[in-house]
Design a protein around this ligand. Structure first.
Ligand code: HEM
Length: 191
């Protein structure tokens, strides 16, 4: 892990340094702003202007960039691979319903973690404050008692005309989680 950390650290350093070099080139050439800032530019803008209440360190920037790469690559790649496989096995079904069904049945992040902020009771169970709660999104999504008839079979048609969506309110289908910590990459995924 240490080896990997140092390897990844170097890659992230070079991404940040490339941006800094590019920005100083543009500055000396008199261009105040690139046509389009990317994500790393945005982080550098914050760091330079120091407008946030906290100072954004370079290590924190590296963590955020790694978070986005980590959160965005494996999930999207796995889902895409499943969609292609399911399309081959079930040709002719509607594309959109296919994506919904794949996200539900082949979810790439099956467990969602939370910590309870207060002491509370759920279904008669007493939960002390700061309990670690693991939400099994995989199991919720294929629970025949909640809605899925013939739960294990791949049937995109069940999403046609259904009002259930992934925005985090229908707990039988929460591939992107729910609430304030839900996946911030949804718009990229949909695109
Ligand atoms: C099929 C694609 C994807 C799926 C199924 C997915 C799913 C999820 C899930 C279930 C969570 C946890 C949500 C929660 O705790 O309530 C999450 C968090 C996150 N996702 Fe995604 N994701 C996908 C793609 C992406 C992409 C493309 C990005 C960014 C480019 C991304 C960035 C993140 C980040 C940064 C978090 C952590 C958010 C936080 O803890 O505040 N994800 N994602």
């Amino acid at each position: 892990m240490r080896k990997m950390q140092s390897k990844i650290g170097k890659i992230l350093d070079s991404i940040i340094n490339d941006h800094k070099v590019q920005r100083s080139k543009e500055f000396t050439m008199g261009n105040d702003k690139k046509e389009e800032d990317d994500f790393v530019d945005m982080l550098l803008n914050h760091q330079e202007s120091n407008k946030l209440e906290f100072n954004l360190t370079t290590n924190q920037m590296k963590d955020v960039i790694l978070d986005i790469i980590g959160g965005g690559s494996e999930t999207s790649a796995t889902t895409l691979e499943w969609v292609m496989s399911e399309l081959l096995r079930n040709p002719g079904v509607m594309e959109r319903a296919q994506a919904e069904e794949t996200r539900q049945l082949r979810t790439p992040s099956p467990l969602i973690a939370r910590e309870s902020r207060d002491r509370c009771q759920i279904s008669g169970y007493e939960l002390p404050i700061k309990s670690k709660v693991i939400i099994n999104e995989w199991a919720l999504g294929r629970d025949p008692e909640s809605w899925r008839v013939d739960a294990e079979s791949f049937e995109p048609e069940r999403f046609l005309g259904s009002s259930i969506d992934f925005k985090g309110f229908d707990f039988e289908y929460i591939p992107f989680g729910s609430g304030s910590r839900m996946c911030p990459g949804i718009s990229l995924v949909l695109r």
